[in-house]
Design a protein around this ligand. Structure first.
Ligand SMILES: C[S@@+](CC[C@H](N)C(=O)[O-])C[C@H]1O[C@@H](n2cnc3c(N)ncnc32)[C@H](O)[C@@H]1O
Length: 341
């Protein structure tokens, strides 16, 4: 009997399953060959994503869904990775149907909750999901995998599959280390890391996409677009106990983050010798973690190392013709951009 693929799915073939090794990390062959995504998909990455999920829980005060959706019925998680957010949502809302999509099958949970379905698909292709179906579409830390010329149609696709009155929630990190008192100069290792990373991915991806998402959402027809710029401290420099706790958690993962995100873009795409890359990661993580950077700096303006997190929420209007509201809210001013690319 012929299998029934009427729900738009096809069986997983070797195209998505094959992996290749690069300097001790495991990558999806499909992602590298098609220049889709340049981060590893190994166990170490699964663990790092779990840690980031816990950190985001702290940052977002344990709220998985920010928009006002009390009991979602259908939830779509795009680029779900290890399925941490999708699993948590499925558990918190047992009556909801959650669908997690990722191009890589390697990090997907083996034993997901019953109401979480997982499918393998490339988000750079136009969506085949049903229109007007989802109450919430979530897309978190996928900027490294969305092609530069795909962003606007990606957001239009999200708009199409949302129910009228549905919400889109996006979280992206802009990987550009900065200090809020200007003490991190362009010669510091963290600045060099940021520059090299951005230069490495720039031909394929748009690392500044997080700064433009709110506008693209409005162009796609979303209303009530709210954009919040949050600071993710890289170590416990903050005087606020909450941010200090977040910074301490980040300090435990920062070296891994710099190595994981940077390895392929800097060494393969940009041609940096591996030895130079390893030294850069060591120096940059030392800068991120070294308390001596605080010496002589007043408490009120500590040397900070952080990355930008952009949180976007947008509501699909119930009538698509409704006038687009212009309600962007910046809770923090953008900080000095140290990148000169
Ligand atoms: C940094 S991880 C984030 C995972 C998850 N959203 C989270 O917040 O933990 C990025 C994920 O997006 C997936 N991804 C990247 N590009 C993709 C694409 N074009 N289509 C589908 N998945 C993609 C990767 O395989 C990876 O699992």
């Amino acid at each position: 009997m012929e299998p029934d693929f009427s729900d738009g799915t096809v069986p997983l073939d070797d195209t998505f399953a094959e992996v290749v090794e690069f300097h001790g990390r495991m990558y999806q062959k499909y992602a590298l060959t098609n220049e889709t995504y340049f981060s590893p998909v190994d166990e170490r990455e699964t663990t790092r994503l779990e840690q980031m999920h816990r950190i985001f829980n702290q940052v977002f005060d344990n709220r998985l869904i920010f928009p006002p959706v009390a009991s979602p019925r259908n939830v779509l998680d795009l680029g779900c990775g290890g399925g941490d957010w999708a699993s948590a949502v499925a558990e918190e809302f047992p009556r909801a149907s959650v669908l997690g999509i990722d191009a890589s099958p390697h990090m997907l949970p083996e034993d997901p909750p019953d109401n979480l379905d997982l499918q393998v698909d490339d988000l750079n292709g136009r969506f085949t999901f049903q229109s007007d179906r989802y109450d919430v579409v979530h897309s978190q830390m996928v900027a490294g995998g969305i092609n530069a010329n795909r962003w606007e149609s990606y957001i239009r696709d999200i708009f199409r599959v949302l129910k009228p009155d549905g919400w889109c929630q996006m979280v992206e990190i802009y990987f550009n280390a900065q200090s809020d008192n200007g003490r991190l100069t362009r010669d510091h290792a963290l600045s060099k890391w940021s520059r090299s990373y951005l230069q490495g991915v720039q031909p394929y991806k748009n690392p500044r996409a997080p700064l433009q998402i709110a506008n693209w959402m409005r162009n796609a027809g979303f209303t009530e677009v709210e954009s919040k710029l949050l600071v993710l401290p890289m170590c416990g420099w903050s005087s606020s106990p909450r941010d200090r706790a977040i910074g301490q958690a980040m300090a435990g993962t920062i070296r891994n983050l710099l190595q994981t995100i940077g390895l392929y873009p800097m060494v393969h795409l940009k041609g940096m010798p591996i030895e130079e890359f390893e030294i850069l990661v060591e120096d940059a993580s030392a800068e991120a973690n070294d308390p001596s950077f605080k010496v002589g700096i007043p408490d009120i303006q500590p040397l900070s190392r952080h990355i930008r997190v952009h949180r976007k929420e947008a509501e699909k209007p119930s009538e698509v013709m409704i006038e687009v509201a212009d309600t962007v809210l910046w809770v923090a001013q953008p900080l000095l951009d140290m990148t000169t690319t």
